[in-house]
Design a protein around this ligand. Structure first.
Ligand code: CA
Length: 238
């Protein structure tokens, strides 16, 4: 895999932390674990970065200057674009009351300082998996395709498309993250679930079925095969 493609498919974690030494330690360890790390030193900077380029997950310190982590989290939940953004709150407080307030503000999980790096990485991976597997609600569109996640209806150019359950989940997942390149392993985790043992080649079989179902004659193939990297939903051929 080329470096550019490898970077593209890495999950992005935004670390919101005002202690420079801790931020540096987190960056070092998370990058070592295969994540891409963005940083923000306070709440307003975090909100600005998220608006510009939403990460896959936010690691949010509770005690921040200017605006508390709680307030940042509330604002994220208040905006429709960031309502479902996975957030792990990092807190030095251990009182149950505070933990409850943190979760009420909409954080998906929390971890108490000082934390063990392995435990944190495990929480991050678990949350990413949960958020990837729980499809967004409502309707998604990409190019001339629309998918209704609740009614399980797919249309392209106005015509109804019938998909098997696996192809439906595969398309739903790709449509939630258009133009992002996914490796076969990532698609397996997201669509089949990480506990099920399936050969990566199975993904190719279902992508082939999906293509056959959604592309009719003269239409552009919107599933892009990225050599040795995986697949993406895209209107531009590579
Ligand atoms: Ca802090």
């Amino acid at each position: 895999m080329s470096e550019a493609l490898a970077t593209l498919s890495k999950p992005v974690v935004l670390v919101v932390e005002d202690e420079a030494a801790l931020a540096m330690m987190l960056r070092y360890n998370l990058e070592k674990q295969g994540f891409r790390v963005e940083e923000a030193a306070d709440g307003p900077e975090a909100l600005m970065r998220i608006e510009e380029q939403p990460p896959d997950l936010v690691l949010l310190d509770w005690m921040l200057p200017v605006m508390s982590g709680l307030e940042v989290c509330r604002q994220l939940r208040w905006r429709s674009e960031t309502r479902h953004l996975p957030v792990i709150m990092v807190t030095a407080r251990t009182e149950d009351q505070d933990t409850i307030r943190g979760l009420n503000s909409g954080a998906d999980d929390y971890i108490t300082k000082p934390f063990n790096m392995d435990a944190l990485v495990a929480r991050i991976r678990a949350l990413l998996r949960r958020s990837n597997m729980a499809p967004a609600k409502g309707q998604l569109s990409f190019a001339d395709m629309t998918i209704d996640l609740e009614a399980h209806r797919v249309r392209r150019n106005g015509r109804a498309i019938h998909l098997g359950p696996t192809e439906f989940r595969l398309l739903a997942y790709l449509m939630q993250n258009p133009q992002r390149v996914f490796s076969r392993e990532e698609l397996l985790n997201a669509v089949w679930g990480h506990d099920i043992h399936v050969e990566p080649r199975t993904v190719d079989v279902h992508v082939r079925r999906l293509r056959k179902a959604i592309n009719s004659e003269g239409e552009r193939d919107i599933v892009r095969t990225v050599r040795s990297a995986g697949y993406a939903l895209d209107t531009e051929p590579i």
